[in-house]
Design a protein around this ligand. Structure first.
Ligand SMILES: [Zn+2]
Length: 432
């Protein structure tokens, strides 16, 4: 199968005009200008015309099982209040979660994500995820702040990890939820399991100022939240550390974790992250939803910390579309070059999920995880004063750009223009 478009953007460094990608089974076997590739006699050509073919986006942080909660939680600056609302309205069972997950997968594919890192608290979403052709790293979530919850949390994790088998498109990780919902011992146990089984570990970290207060002095919104749930917190002794220092002291930073958010970091936290192999996921629209102050992603990237992008859940976002996510982020700030945004949404995500070498760029021998984004035309005159590659990437961020095609491991998972004859035709040479 050949995918063809006016532009092919294999990675940050290269642009191919009138480009094509040749796919066989699950892999990319050639990528070049359309006239230079070898055409098989009966090869099907998908010609996307005024569009860009690029690597599928990697959504490095989401919770698909919350897809049906969209619009039900009142927006607030207070994360603890938001969590309280979420717990109160969340009325779920296996059927509800399966439906929410199915809808979430469809929205993800339509929005250009070929890979998702999804966190499941219920465990009910996994069968639905397994059945679907999207590439996914599924984190089983663990919570337990009191000592008496420790054994149950570990038993749940062990049981979940044996329930569904991984496959070529499905890998598993574990996710101790956050420092205000997970005890130090449970973090240490999760770290042990992650290292023993070679699993990626994810945790929500330094997401709100209330979390910093709770770890520093044991007071504030999270103390109140725990008390409302009847969790004994009176005798708990706060570590008097920042969230990053705390994770470092528990050994969590040693196992190349995926750290969701990291909105509030000081200089010494950034040094600790730099010295570790931790990866950070930044969720721009969720960040905006909670009215957080500026995210330190540029500082992190300057010192060499890998930063990926995620949508978070629909409980704090308007869509699960990664294209919407990069468009929003491109609109909101103007300091970061669009090439950097493109890397954050593709290759950085692949690195964070330990999938580098398979996905995140379009290269021969890599997995055929490919999207096609239709863009407004680039005029000849507009090419002056900047590179064409820059203009093409900027067009991805344009309001009118639209994802029309998502392929995962060589399989078409979303095709907006299916049936539109002029975009699907046989090899021109064969027809001559
Ligand atoms: Zn999250």
């Amino acid at each position: 199968m050949i995918l063809r478009a006016k532009y092919v953007l294999p990675d940050n460094d290269k642009l191919i005009e009138n480009g094509a990608v040749v796919v066989a089974e699950d892999k990319i076997i050639n990528i070049d200008s359309y006239p230079s590739i070898n055409h098989g006699k009966s090869e099907k050509v998908y010609d996307f015309g005024e569009a860009i073919i690029l690597p599928g986006f990697v959504n490095a942080h989401t919770h698909l099982e919350l897809t049906n909660i969209h619009g039900q939680v009142k927006r607030t600056k207070n994360l603890a209040d938001w969590l309280m609302q979420l717990m109160e309205i969340r009325d779920w069972n296996e059927e509800i979660v399966e439906r929410a997950t199915s809808e979430g997968i469809a929205m993800s594919l339509a929005g250009g994500a070929s890979t998702i890192a999804d966190i499941t608290n219920s465990g009910w979403s996994v069968k639905t995820l397994k059945k679907n052709s999207i590439r996914k790293l599924v984190f089983y979530e663990a919570t337990g702040f009191e000592q008496k919850r420790l054994l149950r949390a570990i038993a749940n994790l062990s049981a979940n990890l044996g329930t569904v088998q991984p496959d070529a498109l499905l890998t598993f990780g574990i996710s101790p939820h956050a420092p205000y919902s997970v005890s130090a011992d449970l973090y240490r146990k999760c770290r042990g399991i992650a290292l023993e089984k070679g699993l990626l570990m994810c945790t929500h970290l330094a997401e709100s100022e209330s979390e910093l207060e709770f770890l520093m002095s044991g007071t504030g919104a999270f103390r109140n939240l725990l008390k409302r749930f009847g969790i004994a917190v009176d005798n708990w002794r706060p570590p008097r550390q920042t969230p990053v220092e705390y994770m470092s002291s528990l050994g969590v930073l040693d196992c190349s974790p995926l750290l969701a958010h990291c909105n509030y970091l000081n200089e010494s936290d950034i040094k600790l992250l730099r010295a570790s192999n931790a990866n950070v996921v930044f969720c721009p629209r969720s960040h905006n939803y909670f009215y957080h102050s500026n995210h330190p992603f540029e500082k992190l990237m300057q010192v060499g910390v890998n930063v990926a992008l995620g949508t978070d859940s629909l409980a704090s976002n308007d869509s699960l579309s990664m294209l919407d996510e990069v468009k929003f982020w491109g609109r909101t700030q103007n300091c970061t070059p669009p090439e950097t945004l493109f890397s954050m949404a593709t290759l950085n995500g692949a690195k964070a999920l330990r999938l580098y070498g398979q996905i995140g760029a379009l290269l021969r021998g890599w997995q055929a995880d490919i999207i096609a984004v239709r863009i407004p035309p680039i005029s000849e005159a507009a090419n002056r004063g900047t590179t064409l590659k820059r203009e093409v990437i900027e067009k991805i961020l344009h309001d009118e750009s639209q994802n029309v095609f998502t392929m995962v491991a060589g399989k078409i998972c979303y095709n907006l223009e299916e049936g539109v004859v002029q975009h699907v035709f046989h090899d021109e040479k064969e027809e001559e």
